[in-house]
Write a protein that binds this ligand. Sequence first.
Ligand SMILES: [Zn+2]
Length: 67
Amino acid sequence: MPNYCVNTQETDGAHEVHDLTCSYLPAPEHRKTLGWFADCHGAVKEAKKTYSNADGCWHCCRPCHTR
Ligand SMILES: [Zn+2]
């Protein structure tokens, strides 16, 4: 099960959620750990508790990328 994080900085109008194995992770100081989820949908849901405009990364969370 992948471990997810969310970018604490907004990029393109959204806080992107990443699998920690993604090649496009934000800098460590801009990552907020979300924890382990079966898929990106659970991770984005968790991220939305902090950032209502959270969205999946196009590279690692494409099924959750909506922007
Ligand atoms: Zn990513």
